[in-house]
Design a protein around this ligand. Structure first.
Ligand SMILES: Nc1ncnc2c1ncn2[C@@H]1O[C@H](COP(=O)(O)OP(=O)(O)OP(=O)(O)O)[C@@H](O)[C@H]1O
Length: 662
């Protein structure tokens, strides 16, 4: 591979890892190890002529070459054809089973490994996307086949005596004119798409129905499909006017220690088709719908291009569709794109444009990882007792949160005070940092002899109040920190005005790097340290003392001249910190650089969101940092920045101030 190509690939991988869900992960198996890349796989399906008359009167504009390639006539030059190669090509005689078994079935197993997967049907209007995804009762498509298999797999894997307990839930939504509508609850209105701190895409309020059998699935899915917006256009009598997204979640809980939990998400997406309104004859509402569809598909193209070019900004947020697909493109899913094309000549331009999009998409690299977390040991017995419950009781215990997350009917429903919520269910979606805080708060309450129920067993509402309290406390701490900084700044300003006063005070606070430029007689010894260190030392008397000691005066000025402020004077005071402590601080920074998530890294001074992502991206590409100085090799971090970064962080970390892996 030449250097240019490998550089491009790296940039692309970097974009894939620094954008989307992959950039900040739920605790996962093999944390610190770089998940292997998985290219978006692309299959093309050519539908047969659907209009009998057209079929006999015109030759197709596309021809299959083999199971992976096809060619399209070049109408500008009849001597030429345009050839394309994909992961799979399905000709007009291929069956629904061929497409399913060849391209979709193989990715389902990843769900049971706690990884995400997605299947997207793409193509111009009338090219067969809905047929591929949904099919008909006689020729069921990808969705019913995948659900059938997945439910079967989860039944087998979750059977008594197997190590994992499995449960499946489904949600179904459409994106219609840039609105996210819940097809399982059409009255709920436009829903918002959010991203949690781990980069997971969430839709608060979206109905989630538990399903244990295929008939369960049909019971929810069939009426919901009827809610999808379709309309007649000149090119398709039942044209999908929206992007439909079926989300199937597989949750797994380990039955024995260490009680791991896994979550795999499968997105099955039937995109609305791109439309050339000169041919669809769209007007009025249809034209408006078409505008929204084309715009979101245009943004989808821009996202794919940005990922391919390794651009620092991938415009996921420019449309609801791409925001939702953040997981699937350049993110954490095993993705397959099925580009549907039509053989009729009148589709020629749409076909070429769909094939070009498909060809670009196969360059996109995802990095799927296992969404796995460990249940805190303290909670394990509760889980065990749940195992001992009968199936109906266990279901009731999991009940409201598992079954109806986001279901408006259940949100306001009172939870009986006696009904304990299963910690396993409650914690599965919780931010690990928040969980840690809750556990400490719980311990604190316990140590203070609190009469209340333990925090982690409290019903949802009380828990929410407690979480809010913790958040408020954190805000308060942040406010105090800001105030401290202001005070320090004020103090420094005063020093500048009145240096003598400064040197008389043994408790003056100043940044470590600041040097004294005065000839006024200093005290022999002054304890000068950042406020954090003072607090730290007060809290732990064993912490080593760091002092500012007088260094030999090497003033170049006449020693008799003591009244003037000295510009060229050397420093009189310097900070002496034990080398072990410094080494300890460096080691802590190094650990954080190698093991911390982007979020952890942001807890460091001078590291913002962008730098944190660049650091994680660098690590993904080059492996662990061998020394903190390697930071200079990260794009956008200069030697000067590295120096100030070290100054700002090393002591704080050495004294155990910062959080994050150590
Ligand atoms: N492989 C196929 N075999 C037989 N008929 C097909 C096939 N693919 C599509 N069709 C038929 O072609 C017509 C258009 O297909 P479909 O509605 O799936 O297109 P679409 O791409 O979803 O269109 P839109 O984007 O407008 O919703 C339908 O009548 C469908 O039954």
């Amino acid at each position: 591979m030449d250097a240019g190509v490998s550089g491009r690939l790296r940039r692309r991988e970097m974009a894939a890892t620094t954008s989307g869900a992959g950039r900040c992960r739920l605790s996962k198996v093999g944390a610190g190890r770089r998940p292997p890349p998985a290219r978006v796989r692309v299959a093309v399906r050519l539908r047969p002529f659907v209009d009998g008359a057209a079929g006999t009167s015109e030759p197709p504009c596309v021809r299959g070459i083999d199971s992976c390639s096809l060619e399209v006539a070049n109408w500008r030059n009849y001597q030429e054809t345009l050839k394309y190669q994909f992961d799979a090509f399905y000709g007009e005689r291929s069956s629904q089973q061929d497409i399913y078994a060849g391209s979709v079935q193989p990715i389902l197993r990843h769900l049971l490994e706690g990884q995400n997967a997605s299947v997207l049907a793409y193509g111009p209007t009338g090219a067969g996307k809905t047929h591929t995804m949904l099919g008909s009762p006689e020729q069921p498509g990808v969705i019913p086949r995948a659900l059938m298999d997945l439910l079967q797999l989860t039944r087998e894997e979750g059977a008594e005596g197997r190590p994992w307990n499995l449960s499946v839930t489904m949600s179904y939504l459409e994106i219609y004119q840039e609105k996210v509508l819940d097809l399982l609850d059409p009255a709920s209105g436009d829903l918002v798409i959010r991203e949690d701190c781990r980069g997971n895409i969430l839709i608060p309020g979206l109905t989630q129905k538990p399903i244990t059998s295929f008939s369960d699935f049909e019971r929810h899915f069939l009426p919901a499909s009827g809610n999808r917006t379709v309309g007649a256009t000149r090119l398709n009598q039942r044209s999908s006017r929206s992007h439909a997204v079926l989300l199937v979640k597989v949750d797994q809980q380990e039955r024995l220690a260490p009680f791991r939990q896994r979550e795999g998400k499968l997105y099955l997406i039937d995109l609305a088709g791109s439309e050339d309104n000169r041919r669809t004859g769209n007007q009025g509402l249809r034209l408006k719908e078409s505008g929204a569809i084309n715009t979101s598909l245009f943004v989808l193209g821009k996202v794919v291009d940005a990922l391919n070019q390794g651009l620092p900004r991938v415009p996921y947020r420019d449309s609801k569709l791409t925001r939702l697909l953040q997981d699937s493109l350049g993110g954490s899913a095993h993705s397959i794109l099925i580009a549907n094309i039509a053989p009729e000549r009148r589709f020629y331009l749409d076909t070429v444009s769909a094939l070009n999009f498909a060809a670009r998409s196969k360059e996109v690299i995802n990095r799927p990882f296992t969404n796995e977390s460990l249940q805190p040991p303290a909670l394990a017995p509760v889980k065990l007792s749940q195992k001992e419950l009968g199936p109906s009781e266990a279901k009731r215990a999991r009940g409201p949160e598992e079954e109806d997350i986001g279901n408006p009917e259940s949100v306001g429903a009172p939870v009986p005070a006696t009904q304990k919520l299963s910690p396993l269910q409650k914690l599965s979606n919780m931010d690990p940092a928040m969980l840690e805080r809750l556990l400490s708060l719980d311990r604190l309450l316990g140590s203070q002899g609190s009469q209340g129920t333990p925090l982690l067993n409290t019903p949802k509402r009380e828990r929410m109040v407690l979480i809010k309290t913790v958040e408020e406390k954190n805000l308060e701490i942040e406010r105090l920190k800001m105030k401290q900084k202001e005070l320090e700044a004020k103090m420094l300003a005063q020093e500048a005005v009145d240096p003598k006063k400064e040197n008389c005070s043994p408790t003056v606070l100043r940044p470590l790097s600041r040097r004294t430029v005065t000839v006024a007689e200093p005290l022999k010894k002054a304890v000068v340290m950042p406020l954090q260190l003072i607090q730290e030392q007060t809290a732990s008397p064993n912490t080593e003392i760091h002092i500012l000691k007088k260094r030999g005066l090497k003033r170049k000025l006449d020693s008799s001249d003591v009244s003037e402020p000295v510009e060229k004077a050397e420093d009189c005071w310097e900070l002496h910190v034990s080398p072990e402590l410094l080494a300890h601080g460096r080691q802590k920074i190094l650990n954080l650089l190698n093991e911390g998530s982007a979020r952890d890294l942001r807890s460091l001074q001078r590291i913002g969101q962008k730098k944190a992502q660049l650091i994680v991206g660098w690590r993904e590409l080059h492996g662990p940092f061998s020394q903190v100085e390697d930071l200079e090799r990260v794009e956008g971090i200069s030697a000067k920045q590295l120096e100030s970064f070290l100054k700002a962080n090393i002591l704080g970390l050495a004294a155990g101030q910062r959080c994050g892996p150590s």
